[in-house]
Design a protein around this ligand. Structure first.
Ligand SMILES: *Cc1c(COP(=O)(O)O)cnc(C)c1O
Length: 393
């Protein structure tokens, strides 16, 4: 059983490239070149230098002593929250912009929902001196004003998507339309392990630095590169794909993906895609996706904007179907509780997304000698308002 993409762009029954014919040249160019470019020595050197000096990698693997005592086990936090721009997303945008440069592209486009991927893209465009256009739903622009301000400060143009529900899905449609109209000079940076092949594989490779470092760090700290369990939250699934990547073929390591159950899985207000989803096509790939009986995509809901996506990347659909990863979920309230606990016990304010992974510790019942790694995908500065509103007393 392989958990990696095959040469046709599939993970088992999921993946592929379901795109309009007018996009074939753009996607073909990428598919034919991405592997040879990212394996070049000078590409690797430039990427690794920037990951070290610009992003601040390796991100620490921190033994959370008081949290471990609380749950009577050994908990390590992979500190992606300490990266430049505050989350794992920069690992991917940096990799893709170097690829865009090698392909001779001069204009970068991206879609964003909450604005985190837009900020990470605007950041690397400023770094490389490339023009940056970010498509964002009109509703999201209103909800996420600080990230819109950040993108503009970094020199990006933010274009509102005014069709449909005026959110992420519509922003993605606008980005695809733009790419069709500008095939020669434009590169589209996608923000998670979603989209047509080769995006899911490419993004997973750029995020795989997370588990590559984990192995070295665990070997140094506990004399064994394998933990018992790795836990990560899943929106589209890029931080989870990165945290799982180098453990996929080691069946002794339990992999747990935590989705957002919102107000409860059966409440009609959730984003627990693997449990609620059925096979379908979204943004160019076949995957599990929340939809009505006649195939209309259901609006997802989560308190955390980064998990509020109606699908998961095809790699996760495959990990779900094969049972290689366990899929769990945490509600808004469970995530909030876990975030407050981390603040109190460790002095770390996590992103609301990451708090979903932390919430799973309540259900894990890990043994005393076990080693559990949680991927702390981002920091919570952006979620302060939600935290303040939710605090009791
Ligand atoms: C965007 C984001 C996520 C969700 O995206 P994935 O692709 O599932 O990783 C999770 N955590 C943080 C902090 C984010 O910004």
């Amino acid at each position: 059983m392989s958990y990696q993409v095959n040469e046709k762009g599939y993970y088992g029954n999921f993946g592929g490239a379901f795109i309009p014919e007018m996009l074939f040249p753009n996607v073909d160019e990428l598919r034919e070149n991405y592997l040879s470019i990212i394996q070049e020595e000078n590409f690797q050197n430039e990427l690794n230098d920037l990951l070290r000096d610009y992003v601040g990698r390796p991100s620490p693997l921190y033994y959370a002593k008081r949290l471990s005592a609380h749950y009577k086990t050994n908990i390590y936090l992979k500190r992606e929250d300490l990266n430049h721009t505050g989350a794992h997303k920069i690992n991917n945008t940096l990799g893709q912009i170097l690829l865009a440069k090698r392909l001779g592209k001069t204009r970068i486009i991206a879609e964003t929902g909450a604005g985190q991927h837009g900020v990470a893209t605007a950041t690397v465009c400023a770094l490389m001196g490339l023009k940056c256009i970010v498509f964002m739903g009109e509703v999201d622009i209103k909800r996420q004003a600080p990230n819109v301000a950040r993108m503009k400060l970094l020199g990006a143009e933010v274009i509102p998507a005014t069709s449909g529900s005026k959110t992420l899905k519509d922003a993605t449609n606008e980005a695809i339309r733009d790419w069709i109209n500008n095939p020669l000079d434009t590169y589209y940076i996608i923000g998670s392990v979603v989209g047509p092949h080769p995006y899911p594989d490419m993004v997973a490779r750029f995020q795989s630095v997370i588990s590559e470092e984990m192995k070295k760090q665990l070997l140094e700290k506990i004399g064994n590169e394998n933990p018992n369990v790795v836990i990560a939250c899943v929106g589209g699934g890029s931080n989870a794909a990165g945290a799982f990547y180098h453990y996929l073929d080691n069946l002794n390591v339990r992999l747990i993906a935590v989705e957002a159950a919102g107000k409860g899985i059966d409440s009609g207000h959730s984003a627990a895609t693997s449990v609620l989803g059925k096979p379908g096509i979204i943004h160019g790939s076949k995957t599990l996706l929340m939809q009505t009986e006649d195939g209309q995509i259901t609006e997802p809901y989560s308190i955390s904007a980064g998990l509020d996506y109606p699908g998961v990347g095809p790699i996760h659909a495959h990990l779900f179907e094969t049972g290689r990863a366990e899929f769990a979920s945490a509600t808004d309230d469970e995530a909030l509780k876990a975030a407050f606990l981390l603040c109190e016990l460790e002095g770390i304010i996590p992103a609301l997304e990451s708090a979903h992974a932390l919430a799973h510790l309540e259900k894990l019942n890990a043994k005393e000698q076990e080693v559990v790694v949680i991927n702390l995908s981002g920091r919570g500065d952006k979620d302060l308002e939600t935290y303040i509103k939710s605090q009791k007393g």
